[in-house]
Write a protein that binds this ligand. Structure first.
Ligand code: NAD
Length: 421
């Protein structure tokens, strides 16, 4: 029996480990295999100076954690955020392993990050930081080894600098070292919206199960970056009323629905959704507790926890973010009958189209956006039902079902590959 009191829900790594333990216990894994796949395989810490435009120099710390490579190269984003530390990166790397296994793409899991506040950096500082961090982690990244991508605080431009820096040292252009690049240098059509598109595809399946008519539904979205903004836009296009959105500075609410493109324009101009003229300002805490049908957390970890879980009123929570719901909150939501589509399934559309991008780079053959979205739809829908079938058969929530599917696949890879030497 797992002693849950040992886990702190505010720590992403504790969340990851508890989610793993709950599912692994049900799978009756060989103990050494369970330990081998629970913990990260390789952890790389780098310290490097950043010279600011005003002449100051500061030492920064960055990380790259390769959690698992049993099913293929390590894969996962790079985060620039003040909260980045080794434990957060370990958790995010672990979640990538399970995500790639849930949707059955041939990758392991990794994550990287630099502890910094990118909103305080100029473009040239951001570029210098990126190039130096890339050089620092270059011994362990590569198209067949470990393939980074964007995450919080990074974007296609940052990926372009990584391609350039890596290629300069290799001596030839190497686009397949990262995914999420601009299309002009080998990025994939559909990648920018892919995570949100995947969120929408699994929401459509959940809605069928719940008998929820999406054209009559109200949605609330936390976070208005890559995942949150495109989720809002796609939902609005489907006829869902997006009544509230937020970012790190706060949220906005209009019961009649927001025009997502106008909110985006306001956000570009003012660096926040706050004070959008056609809505009321609310806090992030208030936003999560609004009466609605669909809640899409698309910001940071631990937003739904034991302090606010019983106040969540949505019928379905689709986790665009990684780790937004603590395991303790999960139990509360389950008891309230709220259907949670867990992160490792719900936001796997991003890494799935990243995989398509990498395949296109390796083949030097490019697909249409229609072909990308058709295949993404197939993978997300199939994975949703594989997880839901386990959920019904084993009488567990969707998260534990997703972990059982993923851990089972990674454990089988370990069993078959055996031990060296
Ligand atoms: P982003 O940097 O583009 O946007 C993050 C958004 O969250 C911003 O609007 C920011 O202001 C807001 N935010 C940050 N801290 C917040 C807080 N404490 N409260 C409320 N809002 C806050 O990042 P993104 O790429 O959209 O990633 C968002 C989440 O989705 C992360 O958990 C990330 O790991 C996850 N994710 C991203 C991708 C991807 O393809 N980008 C794929 C899978 C999962």
């Amino acid at each position: 029996m797992i002693d849950k009191s040992r886990y702190d829900e505010k720590k992403p790594l504790d969340m990851h480990n508890l989610q793993f333990d709950v599912a692994a216990e049900r799978l009756n894994l060989t103990p050494w295999i369970a330990d081998k796949i629970k913990y990260s395989r390789r952890e790389f810490i780098v310290r490097f100076p950043l010279r600011y435009d005003d002449g100051r120099t500061e030492l920064l710390t960055g990380f790259r954690v390769q959690h698992n490579t049993l099913r293929g190269p390590a894969k996962g984003g790079i985060r620039y955020h003040p909260s980045v530390d080794l434990d957060e990166v370990r958790a995010l790397a672990g979640w990538m392993t399970w995500k790639c296994a849930v949707v059955s793409i041939p990758y392991g899991g990794a994550k990287g990050g630099v502890c910094c506040d990118p909103s305080l950096l100029t473009q040239s500082e951001l570029e210098r930081l990126t190039r130096r961090y890339t050089w620092e982690i270059s011994p362990i990244i590569g198209p067949e080894q470990d393939i980074p991508a964007p995450d919080v605080g990074t974007n296609p431009q940052v990926m372009a600098w990584i391609v350039d820096t890596y290629s300069v040292f290799k001596g030839y252009t190497c686009p397949s070292v990262v995914t999420g690049k601009p299309v002009a240098i080998g990025g994939s059509l559909g990648r920018l919206k892919a995570t949100s598109q995947g969120v929408v595809y699994v929401l459509q399946e959940a809605a069928k199960i719940l008998g929820l008519d999406l054209t009559q539904a109200k949605a609330v979205i936390q976070g208005y970056g890559n995942v949150g903004y495109y989720a809002a836009e796609l939902l609005e296009q489907m006829g869902v009323r997006v009544i509230a959105v937020s970012d790190v500075k706060g949220g906005i609410y209009n019961e009649n629905g927001l025009n997502t493109a106008k909110v985006y324009a306001h956000c570009q101009k003012n660096r926040s959704v706050v004070d959008y003229p056609e809505a009321d300002n609310i806090t992030n805490a208030e936003l999560l507790e609004l009466p609605c049908d669909i809640l899409v957390p698309a910001a940071m970890e631990g937003q739904i926890n034991r302090l606010n879980a019983d106040k969540i009123k949505a019928k379905v929570v689709v986790e665009g973010a990684n780790g937004p719901t603590s395991p303790f909150a999960d139990e509360i939501l389950y008891d309230k009958g709220i259907f949670v589509v867990p992160d490792i399934l719900a936001n796997a559309g991003g890494v799935t189209v990243s995989y398509f991008e990498w395949v296109q780079n390796v083949q030097k053959l490019f697909w249409t956006e229609e072909a990308i979205n058709t295949q993404l739809h197939q993978i997300m829908t199939r994975s949703f039902h594989e997880v839901h079938d386990i959920c019904l058969k084993e009488n567990v929530n969707m998260r534990t079902a997703a972990y059982m599917l993923a851990i089972g696949r990674v454990a089988e890879a370990k069993r078959l590959r055996g031990i060296f030497p």
